[in-house]
Design a protein around this ligand. Structure first.
Ligand code: HEC
Length: 398
């Protein structure tokens, strides 16, 4: 009788169960890799750093992943290989790791040392630019405050920007940061009384402001390929444009001193440039669930290589696509996203730059879902308006 019972036991039951320590060690590594760039202390989303908190959220974590809500939608890895793309999307094995831990009740083991969460720090910097003094946002009725700070670089000759990273201070209220360069005074009021407190400005910048880079939650530092950089003229006038938003009760009591860390070089072998590509002046009809706008420009310069794209839309965005269309009709995908998360607009840097060919054109299209509204939405700079840009970075070909 006893013999028969033993024979009925299936072979898998004989395998030792993975220990709680092992489950937690694997889950911790998975969370650090895929979630910690947002879910960390002081971050834009609930921190998973503390093992007890992580454990209590285990079931909701796997539910959010299964439902496709988390991690937020990212560039489709089948379009092109990207740098850091491993931290944008989760693969089946990673999901299985999270599930095994969640199914076991989210154990945190007994003596597992927590590896430090992933931080995207590219310090030391050659320059760190800040607005001057901490600023307490003044949210308007719509809960937004666009504030610009002049941050002169003070360089006595031409320098090249070889990389940059936003140094975000009050994360919960910082919606995005944009770094511009300007040579003139357009868009800068002449009567700023306290420069450390900046001035009110538009989210689009102003005529004559050149876009250098931007940050949104989850963004990694941008480092251009070895020996390349963007030219900054003598005494470069940089403008730090902050978009603050009233994200929680008590947000209006937070002060912020965000800055930008810059990597600089006196000379580079290859110059990097950035072009905003996309349609302007469009109108998205009320009630339309999948309205597409697009634009295409000739870009057949074989002296240039494409480095990457920073996609930009506002809240109605539901899809983004940028591709190179070649002379013979074939295409090279640069960035494709089915879905869009306003809170996760990050630079998608190609892991291998793509050389342009004679006859190429660059084409950008954005899809919007305006089905919930009875009003048309126009192109514009405020959060309630819409935009469609692929900020496209190119470098002189090798
Ligand atoms: C790029 C930033 C970012 C990344 C990466 C990210 N999250 Fe989130 N997550 C957020 C933000 C912001 C919120 C809160 C707002 C919201 O619900 O969209 C959130 C909310 C959540 C919530 C609670 C709300 C819900 O949808 O259930 C869970 C659970 C969650 N995330 C799990 C995860 C897990 C697990 C990962 C990694 C596999 C992850 N997130 C990666 C930004 C991120």
């Amino acid at each position: 009788m006893l013999f028969l019972l033993v024979a009925c036991v299936t072979p898998t039951d004989d395998l030792p169960l993975e220990s709680d320590d092992a489950l937690w060690t694997d889950a911790r590594a998975m969370l650090d890799e895929n979630c910690a760039r947002c879910h960390t202390a002081g971050g834009q989303a609930q921190s998973f750093d503390d093992p007890a908190t992580a454990s209590s959220m285990a079931a909701s974590m796997i539910a959010a992943v299964d439902a496709g809500r988390m991690p937020p939608v990212a560039p489709d890895p089948s379009c092109a290989p990207y740098e850091n793309s491993d931290t944008f999307t989760v693969d089946d094995e990673e999901i299985a790791t999270l599930r095994a831990w969640a199914d076991a009740g989210g154990p945190t083991g007994s003596a597992v040392a927590d590896p430090p969460p992933v931080t995207a720090q590219s310090a030391p910097f050659d320059a760190e630019l800040y607005g001057g003094a901490a600023y307490t946002p003044d949210f308007g009725a719509d809960g937004n405050d666009y504030r610009c700070f002049l941050v002169p670089l003070g360089n006595d000759g031409v320098v090249y920007l070889t990389g940059m990273e936003a140094l975000v201070d009050a994360l919960p209220i910082v919606h995005h940061v944009v770094l511009f360069e300007t040579t003139g005074t357009t868009g800068i009021p002449g009567d700023v009384t306290d420069p450390t407190q900046g001035f009110a400005c538009s989210g689009l910048g102003a005529v004559g402001w050149d876009f250098l880079g931007a940050w949104a939650p989850g963004a990694n530092p941008v480092l251009f390929p070895e020996g390349s950089g963007m030219r900054l003229g003598r005494d470069a006038q940089l403008i730090l444009q902050m978009h603050y938003y009233d994200s929680f009760d008590g947000a209006d009591e937070l002060a912020d001193l965000t800055g930008y860390g810059l990597h600089l070089a006196d000379t580079v072998e290859r110059k990097v440039q950035q072009f905003p590509i996309g349609p302007t002046g469009f109108n998205i009809p009320a009630g339309d669930a999948a309205y597409v706008v697009s634009d295409s420009i000739p870009a057949g310069d074989p002296g240039l290589e494409l480095l990457g794209v920073w996609p930009h839309m506002h809240v109605l965005g539901s899809g983004f696509d940028e591709r190179v269309v070649h002379n013979d009709g074939s295409e090279s995908c640069l960035l494709h996203q089915d879905g869009w998360n306003f809170h996760n607009q990050v630079y998608a840097g190609l892991s291998t730059p793509l050389r342009l060919q004679t006859g190429d054109s660059l084409s950008v299209s954005c899809t919007y879902d305006n089905s919930a509204s009875s009003e048309d939405v126009n192109f514009g700079e405020e959060t309630g308006d819409e935009m469609c840009f692929g900020f496209t970075y190119v470098v002189d070909a090798e």
